[in-house]
Design a protein around this ligand. Structure first.
Ligand SMILES: [Zn+2]
Ligand SMILES: [Zn+2]
Length: 638
């Protein structure tokens, strides 16, 4: 019997019979390892765990507890789902493709007559469980493409036929499990018995191959875990995220809306939402003034010639909106930098004037593809808390450290933890090697000084310079991009910005683009989900709601409301002739922090009885005392 040499990752070499499978080797090491093995890397090529080994090779087992192993497990569960659907619906439904994705997998089906609904998920899951319990082996077959085309044509699987016709190879691989056969490169788990915990989560429409010109398919989303406990945990989190979805809460709390008549990805802020973001913006203005920034404002459209000078026209044109007036072309700003440079250039600068720090809550427009738009998180028009710092090369380190400290302060006030990343030069970029190296090392040294850990993303920088990205972590442990700090040696060059140094000579300033919260729209979206709509008092658009017990106190309640408003409390009155319990419940749904109950007793004593949205009640107090209390509570934040 011929043998082959297998080199394991620890360097050990085994002589095994030719035709031995990776799974056999896993078994020879231990039954536990065999149960965990879903596939293998043979000389770095992914293969099935039950693929016979024909020649000497380096072998690495792919186990369930690795991201790659989990992906194979989930993709194999996609086959199981397609198998179940075919068992249940037969030729009524055609199969297409089913990849693993972040958090799970999907499978796209075509059907002329059947529309999948969540009510059927149970039935499909039961069938999947039945097929998993049967422990069907997944068997790979390599066949000639013509044979595969004939096979799928006979089964009326038109999409599979089209897929094979587009392949260049003569030989294609099929995977069979029981009566089900699918075209796939693999690898897959050795048998369906390995697939233990799965759940269908949603159904959505998707075009075949992502093109609107093609047929509309039905995409069944699902997830799978090797362990039932992990599946349960994941589903609980998914449910929590669904409850906190900012689009749903945005509607319920009447914060904002989108309207196709106005245009996709363009936010319309309703009174409470507009007030919420105004509160955040006012806070930001104060914090910037405290740190030596100047508030500036530039125009919304600037001449296209200027965008050519800046390089945006060449590098960013496809994401910009343009308009023409009086035979003059203008670009709607996708970034706020240009006006800030014109402010710098408006007079002669000396080294004593530096650094200049220009801050603008600047609204920008960027054309995002319609497919990626997502509530407030991905929009086409948004406001950045943007600043540009122009300084001498010698000041760069200190300025970047100052921004990182600023980020730390602001994240602390909102109560977010965060992670830092450094992104280096991308393929498509402008500027010299020397500039890039200088900028990158300035960011490195500032990051090192924070004492915090940071990751490096090679090639992920902006086209005009390297950057630091800050990702905050929300209550569900999800990460969101907020602050970025970008060095730029290029724009000062292109706009010929200079300052007179202590030597009396002209020098080039360095430019830093930076945002702290990023896009206000996106940040509000993150806040809504993080707090599940229960905003901290200092940014709650409505801090208190006055509710009277009977009509008898209506006039007094209105007077209290007016008085509190005078004192700067954001307050509303609910004086409807409804039961108190009903009014309190409504205020709770609106997530108003305090309800101020007024009955005969309060009216006679000239007081109000506050009740927190958590159900906790405070002793009756005068309106003045309540206003002081609110001011004090808000001061605790900053
Ligand atoms: Zn597959
Ligand atoms: Zn900028």
């Amino acid at each position: 019997m011929a043998t082959v040499k297998i080199t394991l990752p620890d360097g050990a070499v085994q002589d095994v019979e030719q035709g031995t499978t990776p799974l056999d080797i896993a078994r020879s090491i231990g039954a536990g390892l065999a149960r965990q093995t879903v596939a293998a890397r043979l000389n770095d090529r992914l293969v099935d765990a039950n693929a016979p080994i024909r020649q000497d090779a380096a072998l690495q087992l792919v186990t369930l507890n690795t991201p790659e192993g989990l992906e194979i497990y989930r993709h194999s569960t996609a086959h199981l789902m397609a198998h179940a659907v075919k068992e249940l619906f037969g030729k009524e439904v055609q199969v297409t493709i089913g990849p693993a994705i972040e958090g799970g997998f999907y499978y796209d089906f075509y059907s002329e007559n059947h529309t999948f609904t969540p009510e059927e998920f149970d039935r499909i899951e039961s069938k999947m469980a039945e097929l998993a319990a049967a422990d069907l082996p997944l068997v790979r077959e390599d066949v000639h493409r013509d044979e595969a085309i004939a096979l799928f044509r006979e089964m009326d699987e038109d999409y599979k036929v089209e897929l094979i016709e587009d392949l260049e190879e003569d030989t294609v691989s099929l995977y069979r499990q029981g009566s089900f056969v699918d075209l796939c490169r693999g690898p897959h788990v050795p048998s369906t018995g390995m697939l233990k915990a799965f759940k269908l989560t949603s159904v959505a429409g998707a075009y075949w191959r992502g093109s609107e010109d093609n047929a509309m398919l039905q995409r069944l989303y699902a997830t799978a875990f090797p362990d039932k406990k992990d599946l349960k945990k994941y589903l609980a989190r998914l449910e929590e995220a669904r409850k906190r979805d900012h689009r749903k809460l945005g509607r319920e709390l009447d914060l904002f809306s989108f309207n196709e008549e106005a245009g996709a990805g363009l936010v319309i802020w309703h009174p409470k939402g507009a007030l919420l973001r105004t509160l955040i913006e006012n806070f930001e203005r104060e914090e910037h003034l405290k740190r030596g920034y100047d508030i500036v404002m530039g125009p919304q459209i600037l001449r296209t010639e200027l965008w050519k000078t800046s390089g945006h026209f060449d590098n960013y044109r496809e994401n910009m909106y343009f308009t023409e007036v009086d035979e003059q072309s203008y670009g709607v700003k996708p970034m706020n930098c240009l006006a800030h440079m014109l402010i710098y250039k408006s007079k002669k600068r000396s080294y004593r004037d530096l650094p200049q720090r220009y801050f603008e809550l600047g609204m920008v427009h960027r054309h995002e593809k319609s497919g990626v738009l997502h509530g407030l998180l991905r929009v086409r028009g948004f406001t950045q808390d943007d600043a540009h710092i122009l300084c001498t090369p010698g000041q760069l380190d200190g300025e970047i450290k100052g921004v990182l400290k600023f980020v730390q302060d602001i994240m602390g006030i909102f109560g977010f933890e965060y992670e830092l990343e450094l992104s280096t030069r991308p393929e498509k970029s402008i500027g010299s090697d020397e500039d890039w190296n200088r900028a990158t090392s300035a960011l490195h040294s500032a990051l090192d000084d924070t004492g915090l850990d940071y990751e490096i993303n090679e090639g992920d920088g902006a086209f005009y310079g390297p950057k630091i990205d800050v990702k905050l972590k929300d209550a569900l442990d999800r990460k969101w991009q907020c602050a970025t700090i970008q060095c730029d040696f290029t724009l000062p060059e292109r706009f010929d910005l200079t300052y007179v140094g202590s030597d009396g000579e002209k020098h080039r300033p360095v430019m830093v683009h930076r945002v702290i919260l990023g896009a206000i729209e996106r940040f509000v979206g993150v806040l809504i989900e993080h707090f599940a709509g229960n905003f901290p008092l200092w940014i709650s658009p409505v801090q208190a709601k006055v509710v009277n017990v009977t009509d008898n106190q209506a006039a007094y309640a209105q007077q209290v409301c007016d008085q509190l408003r005078q004192e700067g409390v954001r307050v509303q009155a609910d004086l409807r002739n409804e039961k108190l319990g009903f009014k309190i419940r409504e205020a709770q749904v609106e997530k108003v922090p305090y309800m101020l109950v007024i009955g005969d007793q309060e009216m006679e004593a000239g007081t109000l009885s506050p009740r927190h949205r958590s159900g906790k009640t405070l002793d009756a107090m005068t309106p003045e005392a309540f206003a002081d209390f609110i001011r004090e509570e808000c001061r605790l934040y900053h």
